[in-house]
Design a protein around this ligand. Sequence first.
Ligand code: DGL
Length: 260
Amino acid sequence: MIGIFDSGVGGISVWKELYGLMPNQDFVYVADSAYCPYGQKSAGEIIERAKKISEFLINKNADVIVVACNTATAAAIKYLRSHFSVSFVGMEPAIKPAAAESTSGIVGVLATAGTFKGSLYLNTLTKFASNVKVIELTGDGLVELVESGKTYGEEVESLLKKYINPIIDAGADQLVLGCTHYPFLVEAIKKISNNTLTIINPALAVAHQTQKIINEINIKPTKNMGTSIFISTGSVNTMKMLVHNINHNISEQNFIMQNI
Ligand code: DGL
């Protein structure tokens, strides 16, 4: 079984790619919606939640855990890897492909405050962004909009403009999505940027990395289609809507509200 967790529904954008690549695997997804957002929380608080959720997923027999949250990866992945024996895959800020593909030499990154503070992000910048100018914007409020099920419309566009316009005005041609909630805003981003930005979402690369680990540890997929279970520590409503937009056939019973 592949365990996945995020501060909320954002990691569904990662489950989409994992499920697309490995439809016969079983998945258990945990949305920590009762504790969302993680972006402004201290690293200690995020580690505490990540530890509890990982224990829960390991008890459900997870072979691999995907930390489908950039903020939780930044704060907790080192701790998780040293504390548990199961493999963890985290979110990498996709600075490398953005820098490689930029023709203007200017790259925009939209992420949470927690992700920008993490050493993972700073190391990635040092390694891959020495030849480009990086414009960093903290997407305050965007996670909350997606959590409440708002992914398009006037409210979404007007908040997004606050972050996307400075990136465009600076001359960026690449936009790195540094938070797993943001892929749900791609249509709105395309609209307000007039398709002038190449949008980079690392979710597919993370799914490939997970598949590699699955192959290495030789997990046999079930013969039939795998099962995806979606657990939320808060409301399951937005999760249901986002999952059903990806796959209509997932049964209502697979969405569960549970305290972790
Ligand atoms: N999806 C989380 C991420 O990738 C959102 C963080 C938050 O809850 O603020 O960073």
